[in-house]
Write a protein that binds this ligand. Structure first.
Ligand code: SF4
Length: 63
């Protein structure tokens, strides 16, 4: 699946990074960087990070 970021919603709080640092990283400029936008369908870690975004800025789509 592909991870999608709505950058208009993302406020750089970094909860996603704390839950899944293999996919999400907050840069020095405070902007979210996707280290990889691809994840396995059964990757519960990335799904937890997506669900936990308080700004609803994250979603996943089938590849
Ligand atoms: S948790 Fe949501 S608002 Fe916070 S940095 Fe990640 S995507 Fe952006």
């Amino acid at each position: 699946m592909r991870i999608v970021v709505d950058r208009a919603r993302c406020s750089g709080i970094g909860i996603c990074e704390s839950l899944d640092p293999s996919h999400f990283e907050i840069g020095d400029d405070g902007a979210l960087m996707l280290l990889s936008d691809i994840a396995a369908e059964d990757d519960d870690t990335v799904l937890e990070a997506v669900r936990s975004c308080p700004a609803l800025a994250l979603s996943v789509q089938p590849e």
